[in-house]
Design a protein around this ligand. Structure first.
Ligand SMILES: Cc1cc2nc3c(=O)[nH]c(=O)nc-3n(C[C@H](O)[C@H](O)[C@H](O)COP(=O)(O)OP(=O)(O)OC[C@H]3O[C@@H](n4cnc5c(N)ncnc54)[C@H](O)[C@@H]3O)c2cc1C
Ligand code: SF4
Length: 330
């Protein structure tokens, strides 16, 4: 194993300074992904800046009714928090659909967003992978790709983004707060992860040295229906083959607001903007849901062995939309 330094900063500024002064450094959250990748030799950091004990572990309501989740809040604590369970059930459900209880106790909000793809070629140093080694090729494109993307992929990379939480954050219009050498900024969660294009080595819009400090959920009334549903190969401890997060508000018999995102089908959580536009102003009928979801999924370009994901994602979305609007349709 390559030796590395270990640093435990006491503040956000100390963390970003430590990163800047140590080339090849990585921030360490719960370590449930980074340390695995170090063991595989995929990650070889010169230093680990342990941010898991920074004072960023609060879930708090802000004066405007939004909810700020610190980057070191553990996945289990976030899923169980009363504010999250009441106002953002899709987020709580997405977290509980991920990994295992033990992993969720360790995993942090920031680390969850930045976990790397589970593409087996990415994790195997003997295989070509443009994400791990730009220019080496994509082993999955013509190889084993049953779990890979059907939307937004390129010939350079067909991987999917693995986080369940991130799909819910995209549908819920959350924002990601960052602190880095250039100061502080906030980006929409739906635009935080990238499509692969020509540069699959870049998963997100984060700049080198930037630290995730928080995720902010917009103000929502308690009881606004939202939900997350995930299909996987076994009932727990498995990544999504396809998933859906949705939030829907029906007022006076028509859809007044819709946020819809797919997981397990693209290099980033796939915010279904075309479907949302089609739903707005429509009566919440099965026919309207089918029309909207089909419109979105016309963009799908399945690979040789993963066409099953399109009807799977469709079925999940129709089920979630129907369940969320059941009382309005009764
Ligand atoms: C067997 C197994 C099954 C799993 N199943 C699922 C699943 O079904 N669904 C799912 O969503 N996840 C699943 N996971 C993944 C798990 O959720 C992630 O490993 C975890 O969320 C990562 O969080 P962490 O804090 O441990 O991140 P770390 O491993 O510490 O870090 C991950 C990345 O984030 C960076 N980082 C960490 N914190 C910050 C920060 N504040 N700012 C900037 N960069 C930061 C690190 O440098 C690293 O690049 C599974 C993991 C395992 C091992
Ligand atoms: S799909 Fe992406 S991560 Fe997987 S081998 Fe191809 S380039 Fe690498």
């Amino acid at each position: 194993m390559k030796p590395f330094a270990y640093v435990r900063p006491g503040s956000v500024e100390e963390a970003t300074d430590a990163y800047a002064s140590r080339p090849g450094a990585r921030y360490l959250g719960g370590g449930t992904n980074l340390v695995d990748l170090m063991k595989l030799g995929v990650e070889r950091p010169a230093a680990l800046i342990d941010v898991s004990r920074l004072p960023l572990d609060a879930v708090e309501e802000l004066p405007d009714g939004s909810v700020r989740v610190g980057a070191t809040v553990r996945n289990s604590d976030l899923a169980a928090h009363p504010l999250v369970r009441d106002r953002y059930p899709a987020l709580s459900q997405a977290l509980l659909a991920g990994a295992s209880g033990q992993l969720r106790n360790a995993a942090t909000t920031g680390g969850n967003l930045l976990q790397r793809t589970r593409c087996p070629y990415f994790q195997d140093l003997s295989k070509p992978c443009n994400k791990r080694e730009p220019g080496s090729g994509c082993g999955a494109l013509e190889g084993v790709h049953r779990d890979h993307a059907v939307l937004g992929h390129s010939d350079h990379c067909v991987a999917t983004h693995p986080s369940d939480m991130a799909v819910a954050l995209a549908a819920l219009d959350a924002r990601v707060e960052l602190h880095g050498p250039e100061g502080t900024r906030s980006v929409p969660a739906a635009g935080f992860h990238r499509l692969p294009g020509d540069h699959p080595e870049r998963d997100t819009e984060i700049e080198p040295g930037e630290l995730i400090t928080a995720v902010v959920l917009p103000a929502r009334p308690a009881g606004l229906p939202s939900a997350y549903r995930k299909a996987r190969d076994r009932a727990s401890y498995a990544f999504a083959l396809a998933s859906v997060a949705a939030v829907v508000e029906v007022t006076d018999g028509v859809v007044a607001y819709a946020g819809l995102a797919f997981g397990g089908v693209a290099h980033r959580p796939w915010r279904a903007r075309r479907a949302e536009e089609a739903l707005l102003g429509a009566a919440p009928t099965v026919a309207a849901f089918e029309h909207a979801v089909d419109l979105e999924l016309t963009a799908a370009r399945p690979l040789r062995d993963n066409a099953y994901k399109v009807p799977l994602a469709r079925g999940l979305a129709l089920d979630v939309l129907a369940r969320l609007t059941a009382s309005a349709r009764a």
